[in-house]
Design a binder for this molecule. Structure first.
Ligand code: UTP
Length: 296
């Protein structure tokens, strides 16, 4: 029997330098795809997967992110008074239960592994999920839910994985696969951004279900390290110590919203997926493409 996963860590303490100057004053996680901030997509995915406790690893300058989770009482009562019930429903759907959110500070951006380690006391001795809000995934059921379902069969730790072209593997953590069971693969290793000879074309993206022992591995890495602490190394240590690590080829499309090109692609895809926008937006895009073609 696997233990239920009820806690998720959202590491949001990065500097977001690829979105300067915007990130000078707004956290990257508050930037919107259509009309929802990136963080809302991540929260919705976590809720769908049964997560009940939401742990944010934040840093200086992320005040707007914390404010986003406050209930907007004045706005709610004004919408109620004016009978704008649809908007009221949208607003209320973002309300979080009191006490469901916790914040912990990462004092220095020492890497993703370090950010996760900062949440260790809030996680305790339980399996937990990690969601990177930069990776927005369009999928049904949502990616983390697919992972929880797979994890209930496998136990151990699980990462979300997708196939990438060989010349792109150097941008990702890459799995070394010992057993390919179709949607699920068993890993015998994991390499962060391999410069050459990637062990496979299965890249790890920003969804994880991790055994609590990963936190002990991070503890050891912390003691031995002067620089960045990689989550990949702590997961690879699980395998080295004989514990199971699996990858799930999730069904869905992932957008790298930490990069400008990825963010634009996601904006187009989510815009086209919206009933209230798709006709007008698709019309605009096809006119634009036709105009570009004519000008060539
Ligand atoms: P990125 O590598 O995208 O870094 O982090 P970043 O700082 O957010 O963005 P750039 O590269 O400067 O544009 C991946 C995820 O890990 C978190 C980030 O917030 C992001 O969600 N992270 C990274 C931390 O929480 N702490 C860190 O020390 C590093």
């Amino acid at each position: 029997m696997t233990r239920k996963v009820t806690k998720a860590i959202f590491p949001v303490a990065g500097l977001g330098t690829r979105f300067l100057p915007a990130t000078k004053s707004i956290p990257k996680e508050i930037m919107t795809l259509v009309d929802r901030p990136l963080i809302q997509y991540a929260i919705d995915e976590a809720r769908a997967a049964g997560i009940e406790e939401f742990i944010f690893v934040t840093s200086r300058g992320k005040g707007a992110l914390e404010d986003y989770f406050d209930h907007a009482h004045e706005l709610e009562s004004s919408l109620k008074k004016s009978g704008k019930n649809e908007l009221l429903d949208i607003l209320r759907s973002t309300n979080m239960e009191s006490g469901a959110i916790a914040y912990v500070r990462q004092h220095k951006a020492l890497g993703l592994g370090h950010a996760v380690w900062c949440a260790r006391r809030l996680v305790g001795d339980e399996p937990f999920a990690v969601i990177l809000t930069d990776d927005v995934i369009m999928g049904e059921p949502p990616c983390l839910q697919q992972m929880i379902e797979a994890y209930q069969e496998t136990g151990g730790s699980m990462v979300a994985t997708m196939e990438v072209p060989a010349d792109k593997t150097q941008a990702y953590g890459v799995l070394d696969v010992s057993e390919d069971m179709g949607a699920i693969v068993r890993a015998r290793g994991m390499v962060e951004k391999p410069k050459e000879n990637p062990p496979s074309n299965l890249a790890v993206i920003g969804r994880y279900i991790l055994a609590p022992s990963v936190l002990n591995n991070l503890n050891k890495l912390k003691q031995g390290s002067g620089g960045e602490i990689q989550l990949t190394d702590a997961i690879a240590d699980e395998i080295a110590e004989g514990r199971d690590v699996f990858g799930l080829r999730f069904r869905g499309q992932r957008f790298d919203c930490g990069s400008k090109a990825g963010f634009l692609q996601a904006t187009v895809a989510f815009g086209l997926a919206r009933d209230d926008l798709k006709d007008e937006f698709a019309g605009y895009l096809s006119d634009l493409l036709a105009m570009r073609k004519a000008a060539e």
